[in-house]
Ligand binder design. Structure first.
Ligand SMILES: [Cu+2]
Length: 270
């Protein structure tokens, strides 16, 4: 009973609460924080879900109707009919039409995701077993991002999702993400931004997002990559332009690329 209450309360609370991470007993998507994710949620909630519900109800009705109407006691001499051209055409055509109706908006969203607008900044995410490495190629910044152990978490940090070095991006700016991996397949995924791309060794995939709300957003590696697959989360902090510039000036020193490359010991200890 408590679980059911939880589910119902989460449906209503989710309308108001600022959701940037998975919640207990969550149903549906995390709240969108980018235009791309808003499109996906609208497509799912306003088109896919009604179609799914209608089909399910229709099939249930057909089954119940057949069970009652053609039960053995009421129907002692069963029909021997095996074909009906009209019905066969209908049950081929109607599903085709339904698929076309779904395909049009679906492709629209896909193409929108695929064309990257002029980027305000570019970050590169590299998947390693088992953590993420990030680069800001234009700023000469490079750093690694490890999950924080449960015992070291601050009160405001979620378990299994918070990392030591967060990706910081400015709000309302087009962020282009280059995604690759250094060992096995990983996937860089951030539900609130509607972003998920495979990280493939020897290949660079790209995607983009434009975060519309300041806040901290959590994602996870979404391609089974080995024993610690569940422990390489992604944290993106969206801040205003001023805070971003401040972070940049600190990061240019703290995460300067040359220093780490020349620091053999640091590389060897990975
Ligand atoms: Cu992974």
């Amino acid at each position: 009973m408590k679980k059911i209450l939880f589910i119902f309360s989460s449906i209503f609370i989710s309308q108001a609460a600022f959701a940037d991470q998975p919640r207990d007993w969550q149903l549906g998507f995390q709240n969108p924080a980018s235009g791309g994710m808003r499109d996906i949620v609208n497509f799912h909630d306003n088109l896919l879900l009604p179609i799914i519900v209608a089909i399910t109800v229709f099939v249930l009705f057909l089954m119940l109707y057949a069970c009652v109407r053609f039960r053995a006691s009421a129907n002692p001499n069963p029909s021997k009919r095996t074909h009906n051209v009209t019905v066969e055409i209908l049950w081929t055509l109607i599903p085709c039409l339904i698929l076309i109706v779904m395909a049009v908006p679906s492709f629209k969203i896909l193409y929108k995701q695929d064309t990257i607008p002029k980027a305000d900044l570019t970050i590169k995410a590299v998947g390693y077993q088992w953590y993420w490495g990030y680069e800001y190629p234009d700023e000469n910044i490079i750093f690694e991002s490890y999950m924080i152990d449960e015992k070291d978490l601050r009160a405001d940090q979620p378990r299994l999702l918070a990392v030591d070095n967060e990706v910081v991006v400015p709000v309302n700016k087009v962020v282009k993400v280059l995604i690759t991996a250094n060992d096995v397949l990983h996937a860089w995924a951030l539900p609130s931004f509607g972003v998920k791309r495979d990280a493939v060794p020897g290949r660079i995939n790209e995607t983009w997002f434009k975060a519309e709300k300041e806040g901290t957003y959590y994602g996870q590696c979404s391609e089974l990559c080995g024993i610690k697959h569940a422990f390489m989360p992604i944290t993106v902090k969206v801040v205003n332009e001023e805070d971003y510039q401040e972070w940049l000036s600190e990061a240019r020193v703290k995460f300067a690329k040359e220093e780490i490359e020349n620091d053999k010991l640091k590389l060897a200890s990975k």
